[in-house]
Design a binder for this molecule. Structure first.
Ligand SMILES: [Zn+2]
Length: 117
């Protein structure tokens, strides 16, 4: 039984995984990435309205906020615990970002002072 197949992206021969005999793409990271991007493109073509509704909602929310400028300051005042929750989230996010940048040899503070973030 012939098990070798030709990758649909790089056109080189490969052996499908034992448990995925219908595999059409080889396991090279670049082929997998290209395949994933193509699948997403296909999906967006099938459902072009999916993200449109989302941006329409953003516009609706912005318009509503403009029409009700007092709502959020009052809401925050009524729910002081949310400030703590948000602050905790922001601090954790910044710590994660700082660690990532430090690993790459950058400094978050230097980037903030240069208005890069
Ligand atoms: Zn390939």
């Amino acid at each position: 039984m012939k098990t070798e197949k030709k990758c649909k992206i790089c056109h080189t021969a490969f052996t499908p995984e034992k448990r995925h005999p219908r595999q059409k793409i080889c396991s090279k990271p670049e082929c997998r990435r290209k395949s994933r991007i193509a699948a997403l493109r296909k999906w967006r073509k099938l459902y072009p309205e999916y993200f449109k509704n989302r941006t329409d909602n953003v516009e609706k929310i912005r318009a509503w906020r403009k029409a009700h400028p007092d709502y959020y300051p009052k809401y925050r005042e009524a729910h002081p615990e949310l400030k703590k929750k948000t602050l905790k989230y922001v601090r954790a996010h910044r710590a994660k970002k700082r660690a990532f940048l430090q690993e790459k040899g950058f400094s978050l503070e230097a980037m903030v002072s240069k208005n890069k973030i």
